[in-house]
Design a binder for this molecule. Structure first.
Ligand SMILES: Cc1ncc(COP(=O)(O)O)c(C=O)c1O
Length: 469
């Protein structure tokens, strides 16, 4: 069945959609922007005209004209009686626009595979026969891998036993398992604003009510606002990235960790701490993991950023009773983590310090190169140099990043615009730029950005349609 986008949700996603163009054109263009950058999926069903006209306080004729324009331009299929379905020309239903195939694809914050990966897989293949007596459905993880993961926490100063670890198929899967287990319909989830887009996707896929509190590059985590939200709305879960927050690259101070852990514990909110990027320290130095400050924290981890995204090994660290609950729910989602990857991950973890050191060197090079290129080519943009993570979170001050992303796509550069990281259409003037790509690629990307920044301007809707196809 096609996902139905409600009028209220669409109104939220649209953000500041009006421009100097007639309202129906502005609306159609804005919906197209949402489709192009993945905030609305190809195959999603738009609300009925009457519902959207009420949600936006617009005449029904305007909404009908906008839908009609989208239809004429090939972005909408309407069938009497079954509504209007978004369509990205040339793509299959449900596929996101972000799998670009563009020559300069900066839509993903990933890093190249660790050079020792092949050796780890070879060792894993050699060990496989010893595991073939196993039925292969491994819902908790191989004992040696769980122990290696536990050891990695002990090395960071957090006492952990193998029984407190469940191995998963990456951190995204871990988040899916946690959310499905702990969240019930009608409850609320607190997130940082901005946040990791696929966490928002996970929460919206179960219809969760999401609240947000700000993380600012110049002021950190807004603790009074977080406290207010936790007290007022009693969210079931709060999703946080204290170590190299995606996309800002910030890290929480020890005081912020203590404060948020205590506030959540008092109100019964479970903190889901995503540490997928925690090992990407460039020049910060160690800080205690958030779980040092409260026993009721679920920590998500992954080898995706230090080793390779394609490894698909992650984990959940948490109290045994919560892991037991997650384990009971897991078969509804999947039937276990593949064994060869787990064996390879065990070898990689034995090499963790050198893997982390090699990643850190590459990221330092990438970050410094990106920051200096951008500061030279676009001095009017505010580019903060983070001390970890994979991304720059750039405040362009005036440029619409949705329009910039559309224009860049026409030049072969894939970007994710700022609003993908927020709720309610926030961050239109921000751009997330991963710095983990090669020097030459970054130079080409910055050249394109510098060329387009002046042309695109601040209006998200000004780009001509033909520029993006
Ligand atoms: C914050 C965050 N969480 C989770 C993930 C997904 O991790 P994995 O590839 O292990 O599923 C990513 C990857 O981009 C991420 O940045």
């Amino acid at each position: 069945m096609n996902t139905l986008v409600t009028g209220r949700r669409l109104a939220r996603e649209l953000g500041e959609w009006r421009s100097n163009a007639p309202a129906y054109k502005s609306l159609a263009e804005r919906i197209r922007v949402l489709l192009m950058d993945g905030r609305l999926a190809s195959g999603a069903r738009l609300p009925a005209e009457r519902e959207l006209s009420q949600a936006l306080d617009l005449s029904r004729t305007t909404v009908a004209a906008a839908y009609s324009k989208l239809r004429d331009d090939g972005f909408l299929d309407s069938v009497r009686g079954s509504g209007s379905t978004l369509r990205l020309p040339g793509r299959e239903r449900g596929e996101h626009a972000l799998h670009t195939g563009l020559p300069l694809d900066f839509t993903k914050a990933t890093a190249p595979a660790y050079p020792g990966l092949q050796a780890a897989y070879a060792a894993a293949a050699a060990e496989l026969p010893a595991h073939l007596g196993h039925d292969g459905f491994d819902l908790v993880g191989l004992p040696d891998l769980r122990e290696s993961i536990a050891q990695s926490y002990r090395d960071r100063g957090l006492p952990t036993s193998a029984e407190q670890v469940m191995v998963t198929i990456g951190a995204q899967h871990a988040l899916q398992l946690v959310t499905r287990t702990l969240y019930s319909p009608g409850e609320r989830i607190l997130v940082e604003q901005p946040t990791y887009p696929h966490a928002l996707d996970t929460f919206s896929s179960i219809g969760a009510r999401v609240l947000a509190f700000p993380v600012r590059q110049d002021g950190g985590w807004d603790l009074p606002e977080a406290l207010l939200q936790i007290r007022r709305a009693a969210p079931t879960l709060a999703f946080l990235m204290p170590d190299f927050h995606n996309p800002t690259g910030m890290s929480m101070s020890v005081h912020e960790r203590e404060f948020l852990a205590a506030a959540a514990a008092r109100e019964g909110t479970v903190l889901v701490v995503d540490e997928t990027t925690a090992l990407l320290d460039i020049d910060r130095g160690p800080l205690p993991p958030m779980a040092c400050f409260s026993p009721n924290i679920l920590t998500l981890g992954s080898l995706g950023k230090v080793a390779w995204g394609g490894l698909r090994i992650g984990w959940i660290r948490g109290p045994r009773d919560m892991l037991a609950q997650i384990l009971r729910n897991r078969p509804a989602v999947d039937l276990g983590t593949p064994l060869v990857e787990q064996l390879a991950a065990t070898h990689l973890l034995a090499d963790l310090p050198s893997m982390v050191a090699s990643r850190s060197l590459d990221l330092r090079r990438g970050r410094d190169n990106a920051v200096s290129l951008l500061r030279e080519a676009l001095p009017q943009w505010k580019v903060r140099s983070p001390d970890g993570g994979l991304n720059l979170w750039i405040n362009t001050e005036t440029v619409s990043s949705s329009a910039l992303a559309l224009a860049a796509r026409a030049e072969g550069l894939g970007l994710v615009p700022g609003p993908r990281f927020g709720i309610d259409g926030a961050f239109e003037r921000y751009l997330r730029l991963p710095f983990s790509y090669g020097e030459g690629q970054m130079r080409d990307a910055v050249d394109i950005l510098a060329r387009l920044a002046g042309r695109v301007g601040s209006d998200p809707l000004r780009m001509p349609l033909q520029a993006v196809i």
